[in-house]
Design a protein around this ligand. Structure first.
Ligand code: A3P
Length: 320
């Protein structure tokens, strides 16, 4: 333990040295500036977690790493993956997902494992992160473990992100930050783990290079046919549904249990508090709809985001 502490002290000292040199960006009303590290913007807490994970996290070949930019469907992907993997231990009336928030059953690399020692206590080998592909700990890419990435229409991601940040607990010393200001920063790429488009593109390109290692999902397609994608997910992570399970409607039951309607109405997700900073779990379950941006963005704002998306993704073969 003392070595762990010494490592931690060393890490925070070198972290202070690193962050003092980094470009600073608009913090979306948070008290501390965002920091730009290797092309992506981070809060200092998350950046510290990234550096720590890069130094210490040892991936195993059987690990499954759920990757996403914030507000693109991480909570949903966590619950679907967890329910799929644990389906022989639990069913839709006994799953820990009924009493625990999805973020509490699948750990988050930057926070939960940021200050971890090399020991691993994952329970099931599933871990989530918002890190860009280029920032993933080397052991993740080297070990050949499976990566599942989810992305979403930037218009809905932005709206979801803005509304999430606006609900941060007041004790965080948040400054007011309006939609127009947030929009401007998002377009410039200054937001948690932004630029959003670069985040998506890195995983998209990697998924083309390593289709057997990276499954690339879109929130909209998942919403459209969740059962199809849950089957694809199960197959990709190495636990396909048997024909007997399909006959019994196991994939359908998982999809129903993990649906927005079901999860958002559970006591833990309605009234529980998130383990980080007293954030309410309910803030992770806002509306869960495709295209809600229409209620928040002017046609001009939408056109501007679409224009950036077209420009950034041009030639990549990806549309959002
Ligand atoms: P909205 O704000 O548009 O409602 P993340 O989990 O990456 O933080 O993303 C949050 C977004 O996913 C929110 O979008 C949230 O409502 C939505 N979401 C959460 N759980 C969901 C579920 N089970 N099914 C579909 N969407 C879900």
């Amino acid at each position: 333990i003392s070595t762990e502490k010494e490592n931690g002290d060393l890490l925070s000292k070198s972290f202070q040295d690193i962050i003092s040199t980094l470009p600073k960006g608009n913090p979306w009303g948070f008290p501390d500036h965002f920091l730009q590290y290797h092309g992506f913007w981070h809060s200092s807490v998350f950046l510290q977690g990234i550096l720590s994970a890069q130094q210490q996290f040892q991936a195993q070949p059987a690990d499954i790493i759920l990757c996403s930019a914030p507000k693109t469907g991480t909570t949903w992907l966590k619950s679907l993956t967890y329910a799929t993997i644990t389906r022989t231990s639990y069913d839709d009336s006994t799953s820990p997902l009924l009493s625990k928030m999805p973020h509490d059953v699948v750990p988050f690399m930057e926070l939960d494992h940021a200050h971890f020692s090399t020991h691993r206590d994952l329970g099931i080998p599933v871990l989530a992160t918002h890190m860009p592909y280029s920032a993933l700990p080397k052991s993740v890419t080297d070990s050949g473990c499976k990566i599942v990435y989810i992305c979403r229409d930037p218009k809905d991601s932005f709206v979801s992100l803005y509304l999430f940040v606006s609900k941060y607990p007041k004790s965080e010393n948040m400054q007011t930050f309006n939609l127009d200001e947030a929009f401007e920063q998002f377009c410039r790429g200054v937001c948690w783990y932004g630029p959003y488009w670069d985040h998506v593109l890195e995983f998209w390109k990697a998924s083309l290079e390593h289709p057997d290692k990276i499954l690339f999902l879109k929130y909209e397609e998942m919403s459209d046919d969740t059962i199809l994608y849950v089957k694809r997910l199960a197959e990709f992570i190495g636990c396909p549904f048997s024909s007997e399970e399909e006959e019994k409607g196991v994939p359908e039951k998982i999809v129903k249990m993990c649906s927005f309607e079901n999860l958002s109405n559970l006591e833990v997700n309605k009234n529980g508090k998130h383990r980080v900073r007293g954030m309410e779990n309910a803030n992770f379950f806002r509306k869960g709809k495709v295209g809600d941006w229409e209620n928040w963005l002017t046609p001009e704002m939408a056109a501007r985001l679409d224009q950036i998306t077209m420009q950034k993704l041009s030639g990549s073969g990806l549309t959002l």
